[in-house]
Design a protein around this ligand. Sequence first.
Ligand SMILES: [Zn+2]
Length: 198
Amino acid sequence: MLTSPVLVLNKFFVPVSVTSLKRAFILLYGGVAKAVNDDYETFDFDSWSEIRSVDEKDCIKTVSTIIKAPRVIILLRYDGYYRRQPRFNRINIFRRDNDTCQYCTKDYLKSELTLDHVVPRSLGGKSTWENIVCCCVKCNRKKGGRTPEQAGMKLLDKPNKPKWSLFSNFHMRTIKYKEWEPFLSFVDMSYWNVELED
Ligand SMILES: [Zn+2]
């Protein structure tokens, strides 16, 4: 339940991401965010925890109380927008490579995968989308400080910068809860209107 998704809005009610319920509660409790209900009313942690839900499945039990799970939260001060480009980070590289070792092509848990510089840094390889792939520990060790050719290993695919953005993110495309609908239709609109950043 604490991992179930919550839609996150910037202070202009525009969706910027999806987070976990656990993180949403931390943001609410910290006063950084407010919960949003079906009438676009916003609630701080205290006022939200007074709401009684008829549906127990919708609630989180704590030691002292039962709290309704918010489906949408708004960040009170954040005025940024979603990025049109995926961030170059570990989680997105894993996502692009489907948690698959790009050499032995097996699926692994994220914790069992490392990142490999195709052309090693020692040979001038850069940390870019085109030069970093998911790699299991075994293949990483085997390859060592060599290029795939030198190590006699073959890449599953030529690594590329992913094309997807927030809109192709399944979290955002899949409307998990009816409470998300009004905001996500707004995304389509804001997509065309938003001022473009670099
Ligand atoms: Zn491997």
